[in-house]
Design a protein around this ligand. Structure first.
Ligand code: NAP
Ligand code: MG
Length: 494
């Protein structure tokens, strides 16, 4: 017996806490990268008339993945003309039930090619594979399925109206959810009978381009969707084109305002999904361990590159200390590193420019007098990385409490009463989302009514569903995406 016990002791690891995860890298060999990509115009992949190309990299390794076309004004003009022709000849007059078939097909092909899309999204954007695999790609498919269902039921969605498509939609999207944002934009526009010119973000063009291949595989009529890669100037040319009927933009408040100025007086319909600085409010009666998971999901999901991220934690004073202690313990277990590893929780920052912006804002927080704590973790040598960070001793006036950091950085503030929580939650120029953690249902309803936020999550955070309208107030923009409300933005209901 003693001998047996001894032998087992020898086999036991020296220190149980020293056990670590084995590497679990997702394979990339099934993703065929093409060396260069053209523009999708009128159903064909064409070289840019601008003659310009730019490189797109993997932010986790800084390796060049491919060269991508940079569309200039002539390319934009050709794409808008192709979209206009497809609208007039085919898509604008096709019965909704027929349009639906294409959307269902796109959704199914996305599901079939889910693994390829997840890996490519992670390689080009730096987000953990478990997020691209379990969130981005399935939700993108869900948006096409959901809107396919509406395509032949628009009369029922808006009873008493005669819903009609608008024409050509110009859509400009950001880099934080490249495929998912493309799906959010394309699915309702197409279901409603519009044709599209889509401009993906400069740093993450690859999944949108591959989605172009899916559209071809689904035999979507030529010109119904045109995809123009490029940088800010391409986006500006797309939204300013005189033959565009509708502009849908997701991105920064600054660019959103510039677009609004460009479009003023043009009669074009506009929806803007801009930045945010959401309050995640935890009351003393909340289930604290669940709240900690919600806080972590709220700000460290997708490296905090989330417009509706819970970047301001408002915690009731009586529980501030134990909650922040629990949060730090949990943060210390986050695995930061190779986004293609299935165990990674926090991946790479999307670009050098975004990393610079995060570092600048974090330095301002320290200079203002806030206290930073960072999860201890080793960062890879190459690529763009930032440790999950939490700031305590934050005053409302600090930039880290007012400005969107768009990185894995949380600012903690405290409150005593529900009124004070509401006042602090509303004390930003934004109004996109908020979270409330409490045991009391009545308090949830009360706060949801009094907070200026388009989405309020209760005892959860960062939940998305195509049936649920998403969008902001004030400097977070206007218009909704998802649900019946989202369809309305692509229809003439007069
Ligand atoms: P951004 O600079 O505003 O870019 C968004 C898109 O607009 C990109 O495709 C961009 O091209 C293009 N663009 C840049 N300048 C333009 C111009 N003058 N006219 C037309 N298009 C132009 O934003 P970002 O820095 O990429 O993304 C982060 C921001 O987006 C954050 O503030 C975040 O809150 C916001 N966001 C909001 C939501 C939402 O739903 N409310 C969702 C995601 C992100 P380039 O890629 O070449 O810059
Ligand atoms: Mg930008």
């Amino acid at each position: 017996m003693a001998e047996q016990l001894e032998r087992r002791a020898e086999r036991a690891p020296a220190r149980f806490g020293g056990l670590d995860y084995a590497p679990a890298p997702e394979a990339t060999d099934h993703v065929k990268l093409r060396a260069d990509h053209g523009l999708l115009i009128g159903g064909r992949w064409v070289e840019p008339l601008s003659g310009k190309l730019f490189k797109t990299i993997n932010p986790a390794t800084e390796e060049v993945l491919a060269e991508v076309a940079e569309a200039g004004e002539e390319d934009v003009d050709a794409a808008v003309k192709a979209a206009r022709a497809a609208y007039a000849k085919v898509w604008g007059r096709m019965p909704g039930a027929e349009r639906a078939k294409y959307l269902y097909r796109i959704a199914r092909i996305l599901q079939e090619r889910a693994r390829e899309f997840a890996v490519l999204e992670t390689m080009n954007g730096g987000k953990p594979i478990k997020e691209s695999r379990d969130v981005d790609v399935p939700l993108a498919a869900a948006h096409f399925f959901y809107h396919a269902g509406w395509a032949d039921k628009l009369d029922y969605a808006f009873p008493g109206r005669r819903p009609a498509p608008l024409g050509v939609a110009a859509q400009v999207i950001p880099w934080n959810f490249p495929l998912l944002m493309a799906a959010w934009k394309l699915a309702p526009a197409l279901a409603a009978g519009n044709t599209v010119v889509l401009k993906p973000a400069e740093t993450t063009p690859l999944t949108a381009l591959r989605l172009g291949e899916v559209l071809q595989e689904a035999e979507l009529p030529e010109g119904v969707v045109n995809i123009l890669t490029g940088a800010g100037a391409t986006g500006a040319a797309v939204v300013a084109h005189s033959a565009v009927d509708k502009v849908a933009f997701t991105g920064s408040t600054e660019v959103g305002k510039a677009i609004q100025r460009t479009l003023a007086g043009s009669g074009k319909k506009l929806t803007l999904e801009l930045g945010g600085k959401a309050a995640n409010i935890v009351f003393e009666d909340a289930p604290l361990d669940q709240a900690v998971e919600g806080i972590v999901n709220g700000i460290y999901f997708n490296q905090g590159h989330v417009c509706c991220a819970g970047s301001r934690l408002l915690v009731q004073e009586s529980i501030a200390e134990p909650l922040v202690d629990k949060l730090k313990r949990r943060m210390a277990t986050l695995r930061v590193g190779d986004p293609l590893d299935k165990n990674t929780d926090v991946g790479a920052i999307n670009s050098r420019a975004q990393l610079d912006r995060i570092e600048e804002l974090v330095a301002s927080g320290e200079a203002d007098g806030a206290q930073a704590w960072q999860a201890p973790c080793e960062l890879p040598q190459r690529g763009f990385w930032f440790r999950p960070t939490v700031f305590t001793h934050v005053a409302q006036s600090y930039r880290i409490a007012q400005e969107e950091i768009f990185g894995p950085v949380l600012s903690v503030l405290t409150f005593r009463t529900p009124d004070e929580a509401v006042e602090k939650a509303n004390n930003t120029p934004y109004g996109l989302s908020a979270g409330v953690w409490t045991d009391k249902g009545s308090r949830i309803l009360d706060l949801a009514n009094r907070m200026r936020a388009g989405v309020v999550w209760a005892n959860t955070f960062n939940r998305f569903d195509p049936t649920s309208p998403f969008g902001g107030y004030r400097e977070s923009g206007f218009g909704r995406e998802g649900g019946r409300h989202g369809l309305a933005g692509y229809l003439d209901l007069s």
